[in-house]
Design a protein around this ligand. Structure first.
Ligand code: ATP
Ligand code: MG
Length: 383
């Protein structure tokens, strides 16, 4: 495969036009690339930025081919793209990350078993393909969390099993597809690492992010993670090793659990921009979105050093008042340094990621406190 860089003026194809694709497409546009998108939703967030949007399911091989035909490179904002569609693109242009890495990552069972086979640090887990296997693994691992192999995100497709009485709730999952059963861990915190890797194999990482989830969904994230340097270094080393073993060209986010005794365990992988690195638009010389463009186009990877600590808080559809008015954006934006990022989604359903707020500060915690103060103002408008 050619190592010549794909230069501005060329067209980048995105499989998936959600908020991640939209923000990467904005970065691509800023650098002078054209952007084409394929997404099943005709109103997908990236549509506003793309010069062409193909509306088709990710299983539509002909549509994927049509995307690739007019592009110099294809990348993605979601890993749940059917393998034949990726293969069809790969027959025409480089797909970055490529089919082999996506195949491993896009199925939770395959991903876990691959990580385990290479000795990467994981919490206790098992796999079940049938009811009797689920019973066996739950008896061994409870309290546990059962996760579907495919299609789960933002805590969906997951059931916590604290005791035998909860097992019934997990059954619909195992009826459908294989599941992963993880022991429920007492966490001291959650971290993530973003690795960019170029076609020649060079890698760059950002300072580690510290993440807070509620009910399985990311609420806020701040960088740099206020953890012992040895913990941040360990997470970074593991993430780079995973990225290299997968042969990723593009981005790989690795989510980590940190246990009470300081163990750093891999939670899961995402071969694309990641919610916990939206801070890089504020805290780094190169955002994760620009970095994705640089990596997949074979341009020099951008500087990932820390310019300033930063934080984001997610805006879920839940905070849109029932009376049809928007949240009080103007109140949040009164706070110095707070920015509003909305993804252009019309339908504010509960649990749906609609946007985020970002802030910077003298420390990660200060940035986090500012962004959470801004968030509280959205909900409590003196109108
Ligand atoms: P997302 O798409 O938001 O990354 P997801 O649906 O893929 O999430 P996970 O990352 O597997 O789901 O889990 C979501 C969150 O649930 C984790 O970040 C963590 O807060 C909690 N969680 C998941 N598994 C465990 C576990 N084994 N022990 C403790 N907490 C867990
Ligand atoms: Mg996750």
């Amino acid at each position: 495969m050619s190592r010549a860089p794909i230069l501005p003026g060329a067209t980048i194809g995105f499989l998936g036009g959600g908020q991640l694709g939209r923000m990467s497409a904005m970065a691509a546009r800023a650098m002078g690339y054209d952007v084409h998108v394929l997404d099943p939703d005709p109103a997908c967030p990236a549509r506003a930025v793309a010069s062409r949007t193909i509306t088709a399911p990710f299983t539509d091989v002909a549509a994927a081919e049509a995307l690739a035909r007019d592009c110099a490179v294809v990348t993605l904002d979601i890993e749940q793209v059917a393998t034949p569609s990726i293969a069809a693109c790969e027959a025409l242009v480089p797909v970055r990350p490529g089919a082999a890495a996506l195949h491993i990552v896009q199925d939770r069972v395959r991903q876990k078993e691959w990580l385990a086979s290479l000795g990467f640090p994981l919490g206790p887990f098992g796999v079940a393909r049938r009811r009797d296997e689920l019973d066996h693994e739950l008896a061994r691992l409870m309290p546990a969390i059962v996760k579907t192999a495919q299609g789960g995100y933002d805590g969906r497709g997951q059931v916590r099993v604290r005791a035998a009485a909860d097992v019934a709730a997990a059954l619909p999952l195992v009826d459908r597809v294989p599941v992963v059963i993880e022991q429920w861990l007492a966490l001291a915190g959650e971290l993530s690492v973003m690795v960019a890797r170029d076609p020649a194999g060079a890698t760059r990482t950002y300072p580690v992010a510290f993440n807070h989830h509620d009910h399985g969904v990311l609420t806020w994230s701040m960088t740099p993670a206020p953890v012992a340097p040895a913990i941040a270094q360990r997470a970074t080393e593991v993430a780079v090793a995973i990225c290299e073993a997968l042969g990723i060209v593009g981005l790989l986010a690795v989510e980590f659990f940190v246990t009470a005794d300081g163990e750093v365990l891999v939670n899961e992988l995402a071969p694309r921009p990641h919610n916990t690195f939206h801070t890089t638009e504020r805290s780094a010389p190169t955002s994760q979105f620009e970095q994705q463009v640089r990596a997949v186009c074979g341009l020099p990877l951008g500087d990932t050093s820390l310019v300033t600590p930063g934080a984001i808080v997610n805006l879920l559809g839940d905070i849109w008042p029932a009376d049809g008015r928007p949240p009080a954006w103007e109140r949040a934006l009164e706070l110095p340094g707070v920015r509003l990022h909305l993804y252009g989604k019309a339908d504010a359903r509960p649990g749906r990621k609609m946007g985020h707020l970002s802030a910077i500060g003298p420390s990660a915690e200060a940035a986090r406190d500012t962004v959470l103060t801004a968030y509280a103002r959205l909900l409590d408008p003196p109108r």
